[in-house]
Design a protein around this ligand. Structure first.
Ligand SMILES: Nc1ncnc2c1ncn2[C@@H]1O[C@H](COP(=O)(O)OP(=O)(O)O)[C@@H](O)[C@H]1O
Ligand SMILES: [Mg+2]
Length: 506
């Protein structure tokens, strides 16, 4: 007899439908699984057999062939066990094959027949909904996560036996109660702590409002790390679809399993991180920090200490909002739409151009500059010097608190969302060259200012587009429909690492 059960594999962070087909016929007892699979799939055979026997079912003493289709799809991980086991039960008449047609099934089995926690259930639930399955069986630990997806009834069970009972008609067990949140939320750092720093504070708000990348450059102890850590405090709340995508990514990476993630990610990897740790890789390929930072912030502190290869790997995600990893004739795509904020000293000792304490040799300075030069800097929208605040500034009250800044940012984002409705971009930083041409209207005087800067040779073509995007965001923060000369001049000033304060005043 033949039975087939729907299950899913995870491709990057996306679900792909897989059919577990099981054929049982008379012949010498054997159990073969075909269909491209990695070591985990081969081991699955032994787990499925033991789980069936230990769940008080009979493992048929016949010729059993199981196929994971389609064959061209590379299937990774142990998540097919439950579908294969239910397929064997259905093909041997121990479970109703027609009832099983209404189910998608996902999860790893233990030898005892328990359904074990398996990462990626949210993505699987999205796949099951797209494929039109009314019910989805997942390990109980993952039920809350899968149930975030509307339109599929999630059956969270802890054993093969319980899964078979539900298929046979027993009642669907209620979702497990949410785990009490015992973590005491740390008070989020607030802009209210910052003194002085007019230009960096403006840049931080522009970065948050338009989704722009920001480099802070300055001597040690001037407050770069302090500023960067306050970026999340002024970002608007995530939309539901953003929250679902963030939860799906963390679920696939195996670092989350309880309900919807609501806080925007803030990832601050150490500078020793490898290129694949940063942008994804390994076998099977796992999302990297750039993907885990999606819809949030990727903070690279001490940027010049990162390996050159890691920084180079960031270029594609910064440009395309995604990384592509090619493995065994397969291209996997991981989304990476984050705000990059980076901090660096002007030289290895930190005091070049600040005072005469700098003891760096010419060669060291050159190496430092080379690491931070060209391609990476060209992909930063805002380059700002962080100066030591003056004594007077330290005594003054703070310029702005996070709550006030967040309101400004949210309003500016709303203006962008309306303007960009119907495009793939949701904020100015995500506009491509065509959208920049269509949506960024410059006053003649603004046009002139941009043209002058371009002709002076300080901008690349890419840099020119970046200035236009940033100028658009500055105009949005000021509630202006047209981009004026002042907006362009501010945007230009915030791309030069020195003298930004003077230009701001102009
Ligand atoms: N402008 C500032 N306003 C208030 N405190 C500041 C400022 N700049 C620096 N500090 C203080 O100095 C500390 C060190 O700053 P930090 O951000 O670590 O410097 P950097 O990363 O530039 O080396 C901060 O934690 C903060 O207490
Ligand atoms: Mg620092």
């Amino acid at each position: 007899m033949l039975a087939r059960v729907c299950t899913f594999t995870i491709d990057g962070v996306d679900p792909r439908q897989v059919w577990a087909e099981v054929d049982i016929r008379s012949g010498l007892p054997s159990f073969t699984i075909v269909g491209l699979g990695d070591a985990a799939v081969r081991e699955s055979r032994d787990r499925v057999r033991a789980a069936i026997q230990n769940s008080h079912f009979e493992f048929p003493q016949m010729r059993i062939t199981a196929n994971l289709a389609p064959a061209f799809l590379k299937k990774v991980g142990p998540g097919f066990d439950a579908a294969l086991a239910l397929g064997v039960l259905a093909a041997s008449g121990q479970a109703p094959a027609d009832a099983l047609n209404r189910y998608a099934v996902f999860g790893e089995l233990s030898l005892s027949g328990a359904l074990r926690d398996s990462p990626g259930a949210l993505a699987v639930a999205e796949g099951a909904r797209q494929a039109g399955f009314p019910r989805l069986i997942v390990p109980r630990e993952r039920a809350r996560e899968a149930a975030i997806v509307e339109g599929v009834e999630v059956v969270g069970v802890s054993s093969l036996q319980a899964a078979a009972d539900v298929v046979k008609g027993s009642e669907v067990p209620p979702l497990p109660a949410p785990e009490p949140d015992t973590s005491v939320p740390l008070p989020e750092p607030d802009l209210i702590d910052v003194r002085g720093h007019a230009a960096p504070l403006l840049a931080l708000q522009i970065a948050a409002a338009g989704g722009h990348n920001l480099l802070l450059d300055g001597a040690p102890g001037t407050g770069k790390t302090m500023l960067a850590r306050r970026l999340p405090s002024i970002l608007p709340a995530m939309s539901r679809s953003e929250a679902i995508e963030v939860t799906r990514i963390h679920s696939v990476a195996g670092i989350h399993a309880n309900g919807l993630i609501r806080a925007r990610p803030f990832r601050a990897p150490h500078h020793t991180i490898s290129p694949s740790g940063l942008v994804g890789g390994g076998s099977p390929p796992r999302p990297g920090e750039a993907t885990l930072a999606s819809h949030g912030v990727l903070f690279l502190d001490e940027l010049s200490e990162f390996q050159r290869s890691s920084l180079d790997a960031l270029r594609q995600p910064l440009e395309d909002g995604a990384v592509t990893i090619v493995r065994a004739q397969r291209a996997l795509r991981f989304p990476t739409s984050f705000i990059l904020i980076a901090a660096t000293n002007p030289c290895p000792c930190g005091f070049a151009g600040v005072d005469d304490r700098c003891g760096c040799g010419e060669a060291e300075l050159r190496r430092h500059r080379r690491k931070l030069s060209g391609p990476l800097l060209d992909r930063m929208d805002l380059l700002v010097s962080v100066q030591r605040p003056t004594e007077d500034e330290l005594r003054e009250p703070p310029a702005i608190g996070s709550a006030q800044a967040r309101d400004r940012v949210a309003e500016a984002r709303e203006r962008q969302r309306e303007r960009l409705a119907g495009t793939a971009a949701s904020c100015n930083g995500e506009m491509d060259a065509r959208e920049v041409r269509r949506h960024v209207r410059l006053d003649p005087a603004a046009e002139q200012a941009l043209g002058d800067a371009y002709m002076a040779g300080v901008l690349s073509v890419r840099g020119r587009h970046r200035v236009m995007r940033v100028a658009r965001t500055i105009a949005d923060l000021e509630r202006c429909d047209r981009v004026a000369r002042g907006h362009v001049l501010t945007a230009l000033a915030l791309r030069q690492r020195t003298g930004s304060e003077t230009a701001l005043a102009a």
